[in-house]
Structures are given as structure tokens and as C-alpha cells.
Ligand binder design. Structure first.
Ligand code: ATP
Ligand code: MG
Ligand code: FE
Length: 339
């Protein structure tokens, strides 16, 4: 069955077309440039941009795949979590498409979709897998017995998300929003061991994270340099900050694999696009005998393919379709895969 996926939880209007584990189209229209001057996503601006981009993005995805509306067998949409007004646009559009085409609707969880998307690239997800979800709004460790049915939360951040820390530190360094990719690039010229920034909750035995202390430490360090009239070594600060984040992330991910005796680790979400996270995870997983799966960077950040991928998984597992009156749920917990 051909599944149309619609994603509007934040500032990306994403439309994907998926059949089974095969990706047929993945089209993203982003309003990120409209938010850049505010240093963060402005919900009202995002909602308006989704409204304008929705129809053209769906049509462009169909065109790219050489398919027609009548080929669609099911519609999947992000029901949550995310910005309420932004989610509403996608959910309303998905209901209209499902009703108009006479096909089932699946309201899915954005976070579970960040996990399911990997199947488009690397095939069926081993059951169970450990998944680490690191994005702009979330940092969680999950035990995933079956991504279509059962996702268990093992730990999460007690303060900032990893992506949020990247974005805030980028702002301190005068880099544009969203800062993650800029820090990634700046860090290439620097040393990850130049400055010893603190690693929150490193040895506390839990599977939780904390990044706000690190963010503050970087801001203090930069302020001290500026006060002393000394130049701020941008590349070294970026690399050392990034090293502190990915050191903790990879350490806790492998700790989760050990604790639950699982040999398959998946990393997803926007921060999984980070080059140093990818290389350190590879190194540490090899040493620990854990198989690592990370989707290509374009599938790590928000997109419609991930929603279609989870929708296709639900269809394949015989899940019950959603009612046409489902609400958008801005705080949908990761443990509810669909509504
Ligand atoms: P959520 O999925 O939690 O609702 P979101 O949808 O905003 O949040 P994503 O699009 O999955 O998040 O990820 C965006 C985040 O990923 C931003 O914080 C961004 O800075 C970060 N990011 C993207 N690329 C990189 C990179 N190369 N290195 C580090 N961080 C990155
Ligand atoms: Mg985004
Ligand atoms: Fe996301």
C-alpha cells in the first residue's frame, strides 16, 4: 500500500510517499529562514507557512514520484508532539485528504517516526532495539520492542534537549539559528580536548541527560574571554562543547544497550546529523560489539518520509486506523505510537 505522510510539528512542512520500506518521495518546505532573525521558531509564523506550503508540497511529492492522488492507499500525519497550531494544519489537511480519497487515516507520534524512518534506509529494525532520539525538543533513550506497537522510555533530559543546547551555544558564539549544523562545521577546525567542559550526569548511573549546566559553562567561559579582551577561539569552543555532548550521549546509549542486553542501537532526530556524534558512536559501538544504525542526515531532521514510514509500519502490522476527529496533541508522550 502507498502511504502519504504529512509532518508539520515544527517549522518543516514535510510530505513523504512510502510503500513498505521503499521511499518514493520526500519533499520538505522549511520556514526556518523566516524564524532565523528571531533566534527561534515563532509558532504563528510556522502555522501560516504550513498553510501556504501544504498543497504545493503534497503536489510536488506526487509529481516527483510520478504518482497520482488516486494511487494513495492511506494517509499518515504527525498528531504530536509539537507546536499546537503547526500540528493543527497538518492534521486538518490529512483528514481532508483521507476523507476526500476515501482511505484510512493514521495519526502518528513524531518521535516514534524519527525511529521508524531508519527502516527506509537500513531495512527492518531488529526487535528489540535501543533508540536514542536527540533533537531540538527531545533527548531520550528508548527501548523499542516493536516501533509500530511498543516504545518504552528509559530516560530523557532533565532540562535542555541536546539540539537546544547546540542552538543556545551557537547563539553565544554568534552563529545563526539553528546552530547545530554551524557548530558541527566550526568544530572541524578545532580540538575537542582544548577546553574541558563539564559532562552532566556522566556517572550518575541513570539513563537521563542534562545539558543546561554545560550550556552555562560555555557561556561563562566565552564571557570571561571577552571580559579579558582576548579573542574567543571559536573552533575550539565549538569542538570542545560538541565533544562534551556527544561523549555523554554515546556513553549513555551504550549503557542502555548493556543494561537491557540489546545489541542494536539506532540514533535518530536532528542531532543525529552531527558528524562527530556519528563518528564517535561508530567507534564506541564497534568496541562494544553493538550494531549501529543512523539514518542519512536528510532523514534525521524533520521530514514527511518518517511519518509515511511509521504509517506504512502501522498498516503492515494491522493497526486500527484513527478516527477522523482525532485532535492534535502537542504533548503526546513517546509511548503512544499512534492515536
Ligand atoms: P523534535 O523532534 O524534538 O520535535 P525538532 O523537530 O525541532 O524537535 P529536529 O528537526 O529533529 O527537531 O532537529 C532539529 C535540531 O537538530 C536543531 O536543534 C538543530 O540545531 C539540530 N541539528 C541539526 N543538524 C545538526 C548537526 N549537524 N549537529 C548538531 N545538531 C544538529
Ligand atoms: Mg526544524
Ligand atoms: Fe523532530
Amino acid at each position: 500500500p502507498l502511504v502519504l505522510g504529512i509532518e508539520t510539528s515544527c517549522d518543516e512542512t514535510g510530505v513523504g510517499l512510502v510503500r513498505g520500506h521503499t521511499l518514493l518521495a520526500d519533499t520538505v518546505a522549511s520556514s526556518v529562514e523566516e524564524h532565523a532573525r528571531f533566534g527561534g521558531v515563532v509558532p504563528e509564523v510556522a502555522s501560516r507557512a504550513h498553510l501556504e506550503a501544504m498543497t504545493p508540497t503534497v503536489e510536488s511529492a506526487l509529481r516527483k514520484a510520478g504518482l497520482r492522488f488516486s494511487d494513495i492507499d492511506a494517509v499518515a500525519v504527525t498528531a504530536g508532539p509539537g507546536l499546537a497550531g503547526a500540528l493543527l494544519v497538518g492534521v486538518a489537511a490529512a483528514k481532508a485528504y483521507a476523507l476526500g480519497l476515501g482511505v484510512p487515516l493514521y495519526g502518528v507520534n513524531h518521535l516514534a517516526a524519527h525511529v521508524a524512518v531508519d527502516q527506509l534506509e537500513h531495512g527492518p529494525l531488529p526487535k528489540p532495539s535501543i533508540a536514542m532520539l536527540v533533537s531540538g525538543g527531545h533527548s531520550s533513550l528508548l527501548l523499542v520492542p516493536d516501533v509500530a506497537k511498543d516504545v518504552i522510555s528509559l530516560g530523557s533530559t532533565v532540562d535542555d534537549a541536546a539540539g537546544e543546547a547546540f542552538d543556545k551555544v551557537a547563539r553565544v558564539l554568534g552563529l545563526p539559528f539553528p546552530g547545530g549544523p554551524h557548530i558541527d562545521r566550526a568544530a572541524v577546525e578545532g580540538s575537542g580536548t582544548a577546553i574541558g567542559f563539564p559532562r552532566g550526569k556522566y556517572d550518575d548511573g541513570t539513563l537521563d541527560f542534562s545539558f543546561s549546566g554545560l550550556k552555562t559553562a560555555v557561556a561563562r567561559w566565552v564571557e570571561a574571554k571577552q571580559r579579558a579582551g582576548e579573542p574567543v577561539p571559536l573552533a575550539d569552543v565549538a569542538a570542545s562543547f560538541q565533544e562534551a555532548v556527544v561523549d555523554v550521549l554515546t556513553r549513555k546509549a551504550l549503557q542502555a544497550c548493556r543494561a537491557y542486553d540489546v545489541q542494536d542501537l539506532l540514533i535518530g532526530g536532528g542531532v543525529a546529523a552531527n558528524s562527530r556524534l556519528r563518528s564517535l558512536a561508530k567507534e564506541r559501538c564497534e568496541a562494544a560489539g553493538v550494531r549501529l544504525r543512523v539514518p542519512r542526515p536528510g532523514l534525521c531532521t524533520d521530514n514527511g518520509a518518517m511519518i509515511a514510514a511509521l504509517g506504512a509500519e502501522l498498516v503492515a502490522s494491522g493497526a486500527t486506523a484513527s478516527r477522523l476527529d482525532i485532535p492534535a496533541d502537542s504533548s503526546m508522550p513517546v509511548t503512544s505510537v499512534h492515536v
